[in-house]
Design a protein around this ligand. Structure first.
Ligand SMILES: C[S@@+](CC[C@H](N)C(=O)[O-])C[C@H]1O[C@@H](n2cnc3c(N)ncnc32)[C@H](O)[C@@H]1O
Length: 246
């Protein structure tokens, strides 16, 4: 009975995540199909907009960083059953993003506009490429495990959870954090950059640079010398220009 309920919970959490991910693309890209975007929403004075938006970004960063740590997971799984630990993370992360979409206050002061049609098309192309890299990277590292479905499925089948393995598929041969590289491109590549969008891009970039430090600390603990070597040989977010001698 519990196994079936865990599976249901995992599927619901996954569907909420996937819808939130699609909305995030529309939110950052100011797509007309959605009601609120980074530049479309209730008007607000500058100071409260800056404070509210900064708090929303910080909440996103804190939730992601804290809930992803091994120590937190150990404590958390004393309350939440282990098979749905990842789904819970995914669900809370999605709810925090939904809160950001709902409470975000646009700051529409223009920072840059690329009027040249070729330049604008290139930037839209990069925007799409960024999101594609994000999605592909999740599949390279294990999409269904990252978003909790594999764990509830294995539990349903009474199979042991998979042990973490150090992997270097495709993008991961070129950079250590392709998923974050994709996010960097997606947040920054736009022909029309407003002050609000810039705040989101800067905030998310700072969060990712901090998150990488914590993630790599865990990865070194997990994979030891293999990851140390990987760190020496492969660039963090962009391919290393040249390999170090030896
Ligand atoms: C949200 S993913 C982000 C992965 C990476 N930071 C990126 O930007 O592509 C985080 C998970 O990927 C795992 N991970 C990151 N690099 C890995 C690698 N080379 N091999 C196996 N697992 C990895 C981490 O342990 C963590 O559970």
């Amino acid at each position: 009975m519990a196994r079936g309920l865990y599976l249901l919970f995992g599927v619901v959490a996954y569907l909420v995540f996937f819808s939130t991910f699609l909305y995030l693309i529309a939110f950052v890209g100011n797509f007309p199909a959605v009601p609120r975007t980074v530049d479309r929403g209730p008007a607000s004075e500058l100071a409260p907009a800056l404070v509210v938006n900064a708090l929303l970004i910080m909440l996103f960063g804190l939730q992601h960083s804290i809930m992803a740590r091994q120590g937190f997971k150990r404590a958390w799984t004393r309350i939440v059953p282990k098979p749905i630990e990842r789904s819970t993370y995914v669900l809370v992360a999605s709810l925090v993003l939904i809160l950001l979409f709902a409470l975000w206050r646009p700051i529409t002061t223009n920072v840059w506009t690329v009027d040249n049609p070729v330049g604008a098309a290139v930037l839209w192309g990069l925007f799409g490429l960024g999101w594609l890299i994000v999605l592909l990277s999740t599949f390279l590292i294990s999409h269904f495990e990252l978003f909790g479905l594999k764990q509830v499925w294995l539990h349903l089948r009474d199979a042991a959870p998979a042990e973490p393995r150090f992997r270097q598929p495709f993008f991961y041969k070129m950079v250590r954090h392709p998923l974050y590289s994709g996010f960097f491109i997606a947040f920054w590549a736009t022909p029309v950059m407003s002050a609000g969008h810039l705040l989101l891009a800067v905030g998310m970039s700072i969060y990712m640079l901090i998150a990488i430090q914590y993630e790599e600390r865990d990865l070194v603990r997990l994979f030891g010398e293999d990851y140390e070597r990987y760190r020496r040989d492969v660039g963090m977010l962009a391919p290393a220009l040249k390999r170090r001698a030896g």
